[in-house]
Design a protein. Structure first.
Lengths: 286, 286
């Protein structure tokens, strides 16, 4: 396997399985054909056509759309068409979080093929000239990708909370990193991908961060989502990404971006140009 | 002005002015319509059609293509159709440098709309907690963008020299950086753009590097291409990029990438996602 294969895994989809989803004519996502037939049961909410699904201008306001779609999803969750409710609300947007057209439950985001935002932080130390990276192992009871290795801190970004607040919250919950240490955190860009899942499509944007920690800092999980933390030389983490499926799929991309920015993957890699461009594509296939 | 405007400046082109240029059916570049009419004078070399220009399989080998195109360019330079010869040879490729189909004089690369590769190095220091960046001011006699501010080291990448060798050579010529100091250089990715110029099209790939220097290091130019070096706080360099046209056009992009990677441009910037994706696009409009 190669780094490029890891990126490919997160960028595999077939748009023939989907119809575009729009809000008042603005494309925001993609819906699988099977679900569009279900949505056809609510013609007052969804205009379902062969060319796409639209929430029309009869639902004018942010609040109206949020409320009506919440009710539809409630029924679909009861019927088992949509697997579950998450509880956190995500913005529906084809641009940035601040341009939300309405809000939707996090567990429905992939069903509607909506752009979702997350934050992942690479925690690392320099130990006698050797750079080492912290990774957390997800608990066995996680809904997706249990037992896989994760970035030190990684989480979705709900609506109505700032990037700083959410990062501070996740850093404390997942790794017991106090807010004082976060003063040294460096935002380093974004990684994007677009993956088809059984539920639908995930055109995701991950805000990436680096945090250099003291060698003696010991993370521990406060919310029960991480079973253990490991601190490994970056070269070993690189091999793990390249040669195994131990790392959560989208975390591979965040680590590959780290390896490029810190010179562990060099221009001598024959895929270098493609790695850099594919990690940073416009995520939504519009 | 905004950072996005600087990226836009380097990504402005109209493909209606061009025809695709292929080698044995493989697209490698774009040629302005005016030049295609000139090339029509050499039907044994160039098949000129409305749909594009092709160097056919009658010219089978790397050496044959290189030699025949060199002769055509010689005539076009004598006639003033192509402005000049540079003397360095560049690879003709739609992939990486190692996949060259033939070689062409550097000063003709834009006329044929070929992918070109360069290397730019950000030199910086940390001075009492303030990060400062070295910039060089180009001499007044430079053929393009004289007197503009440039990255500490920046140069094109001719064929037949490794990335390491070329960076060492440019670092010594442009800033008198000894090869020992380059042991600490970090390759950090690529920046790409595609710009239309009076000559043609420039779909360029710049390999980017960071070099942290001691506070007392003083660069000086050994080849007469830089008139002075300045060391300014990164925040001031950021303002210069955003608010002025003091910086060479493509160096703005290398600096914006540096500002993102080091957290000087943050996700609070409303253009953040677009900045990151546009700096790293597939450069050739195929």
């Amino acid at each position: 396997m190669s780094y490029l294969d890891r990126i490919e895994t997160c960028n595999t989809y077939d748009l023939n399985h989907f119809r575009p989803f729009s809000v008042d004519g603005v494309r925001v996502g993609w819906i699988k054909h099977g679900l569009t037939e279900q949505l056809n049961r609510w013609p007052d909410v969804f205009q379902v056509m062969n060319s796409g699904v639209n929430i029309g201008q009869q639902l004018r306001s942010f609040e109206q759309r949020t409320e009506v779609v919440r009710a539809v999803i409630g029924t679909l969750v009861e019927e088992g068409v949509i697997a579950r409710r998450h509880g956190e609300m995500y913005p529906v947007t084809n641009a940035s979080r601040d341009d939300a057209l309405f809000l939707i439950d996090r567990a429905s985001v992939a069903y509607f093929g909506l752009r979702a935002f997350g934050q992942h932080m690479n925690g690392f130390v320099r130990d006698n000239g050797v750079m080492k990276m912290w990774l957390g192992r997800r608990v066995a009871t996680k809904w997706n990708e249990p037992n896989k290795l994760d970035n030190m801190v990684a989480g979705g970004l709900p609506y109505g909370i700032s990037l700083q607040e959410n990062l501070a919250k996740e850093s404390w919950e997942e790794a017991a990193i106090p807010v004082e240490l976060l003063k040294r955190v460096v935002p380093t860009g974004v990684v994007t991908y677009c993956a088809e899942t059984p539920q639908g499509l995930k055109p995701d944007v991950i805000y990436c961060y680096d945090l250099e920690l003291q060698v003696d800092f010991q993370p521990h999980c406060t919310d029960g989502e991480v079973q253990e933390f490991v601190l490994w030389p970056v070269e070993e983490v690189a091999e793990l990404v390249r040669e195994t499926e131990e790392v959560k799929r989208n975390c591979n991309l965040v680590i590959i971006d780290f390896l490029i920015r810190h010179g562990f993957i060099t221009p001598m890699d024959e895929d270098y140009l493609e790695l850099v461009t594919r990690l940073h594509k416009e995520p939504s296939p519009f």
